[in-house]
Write a protein that binds this ligand. Structure first.
Ligand SMILES: Cc1ncc(COP(=O)(O)O)c(C=O)c1O
Length: 426
């Protein structure tokens, strides 16, 4: 059956509980699963039979969520993880090794910039940062030791839209997988696999759960990359020593990355999503399209209003005609440019601080993608560890605030901004 997005966001991955008939996906709050007999246990551990062994690896509630997100993204499989940052490590883990690198966009969430520029060095991995509007620069940065290309579809914080088709073509030509962080867009607004992405990662902490209750992540595999086309990805194409010499690509075909993620990634890194968090995220996804449509509708109204305000220097929302990335909306995220953007104030840093402190309806938090409208001054918080050059390149200069527009009444969001801007510019 070829169901539409709204149907799939409610039903994909979930069926009435076979034991009780429970209609909603139960929280399977269990660590382990009783094997039928010794042969069954051996077959499960040998990956000859698919089933539940231990909740660090697999859990029925988490499995329902994996299937739902994979379906909405148009992927072959998915592995849930304990956070968005965990998902990024889990996506890179089977591809990377000491001395290898990933080419990444300068326009990323600040925490990702730190993860890639600093922390992954401890594994012997490295990242090369490039302006992803410069396709020649991406191609030039790729060398023999590059194993992946990484960007965000709609980038946090500025709402910059990546030309995924063009970037995918560069990665493809080099025989490399493109990994797209689709956190800010969600599969309702953008489906990166349709634009050539190999893997899609999410912080489910944001719009997918949608109400600020959960920390979670997921890696979705398109199932389309030929891991055996070169000798660059031995964990997937050659005998894997961490699983008694199993050849994942040969054995599991389009599900190679997913099986590797569970059998080795979760087994050995242990960045597992707990079943209660999976349940909350399943509940959130049921209303994803309804929420995202309202986030976009409100963001368009608020961004237009802000752009015309005398205290405002610039608004980065790609849904505005003035945005240099406006042309990409129809092609990359046809249902809208999301609910996230930055606002530069003429009063600079001090006005930003005053604005944040003067808002009432907005919550001042280090989060995005909540039903509530949220604000933060990125340069002094989420992007604080970055150099001034990195902050500006990431769209988080000291004179900007990041806004995540909620699903409240647009007139109330605007009224709150109006009174706070008056104080900030006084
Ligand atoms: C675009 C993006 N990717 C990844 C992350 C990391 O996600 P998490 O906080 O769930 O680890 C965030 C967090 O803000 C984000 O905004």
């Amino acid at each position: 059956m070829d169901y539409g997005f709204d149907t799939l966001q409610v039903h994909a991955g979930a069926r009435p509980d076979p034991a009780t008939g429970a209609r909603q996906v139960p929280i399977y709050q269990t660590t382990a699963y009783v094997f039928r007999d010794a042969d069954h246990a051996a077959a499960l551990f040998n990956l000859q039979e698919v089933g539940y062994i231990y909740s660090r690896l697999t859990n029925p509630t988490v499995a329902a969520l994996q299937e739902r997100v994979a379906t909405l993204e148009g992927g072959a499989g998915a592995v849930c993880c304990s956070s968005g940052h965990a998902a990024q490590i889990m996506a890179l883990f089977p591809l990377m090794g000491p001395g290898l690198n990933v080419v990444v966009s300068t326009r990323l969430y600040g925490g990702s910039i730190t993860q890639f520029s600093q922390t992954i060095k401890r594994f012997g991995w490295s990242a090369k940062f490039v302006d992803f509007d410069d396709l020649d620069a991406i191609a030039a940065a790729i060398d023999d030791n590059t194993r992946a290309v990484f960007c965000e579809s709609i980038a946090n914080p500025g709402g910059y839209i990546t030309d995924l088709d063009a970037v995918a073509a560069v990665a493809d030509k080099a025989g490399l997988p493109l990994i797209v962080d689709n956190t800010s867009a969600t599969p309702y607004l953008c489906r990166p696999i349709e634009h050539g992405a190999t893997l899609v990662v999410h912080s489910m902490t944001k719009f997918l759960t949608g109400n600020g209750t959960v920390t979670g992540g997921v890696v979705v595999d398109s199932g389309r990359f030929d891991w055996s086309a070169s000798d660059k990805f031995p964990s997937l194409s050659a005998p894997e020593p961490a699983y008694h010499g199993l050849k994942f690509h040969e054995t599991f075909g389009p599900l190679a990355f997913t099986f590797h993620g569970i059998a080795i990634g979760l087994r050995d890194l242990g960045m597992t999503l707990n079943p209660q968090a999976a349940h909350y995220t399943l509940m959130g996804i049921e209303t994803l399209s309804l929420r995202m449509a309202r986030h976009v509708e409100n963001a368009e109204k608020v961004a237009s209003w802000l752009e015309a305000h005398p205290a405002v220097e610039a608004v980065t929302y790609a849904g505005l005609k003035s945005s240099p990335w406006h042309d990409r909306v129809a092609r990359i995220c046809p249902k809208g440019a999301g609910g996230l953007f930055t606002v530069a104030l003429k009063g600079g840093y001090d006005a930003c601080m005053k604005l944040v402190d003067s808002l009432n309806l907005f919550s001042h938090v280090a989060n995005l993608g909540d039903t509530r409208s949220l604000i933060i001054h990125s340069a002094s918080t989420t992007h604080r560890q970055l150099t001034p050059e990195q902050q500006t390149a990431a769209g988080a200069a000291p004179n900007v605030v990041r806004i995540s527009i909620g699903i409240e009444d647009a007139k109330d969001i605007i009224a709150d901004l109006e009174q706070a801007l008056a104080k900030a510019s006084a």
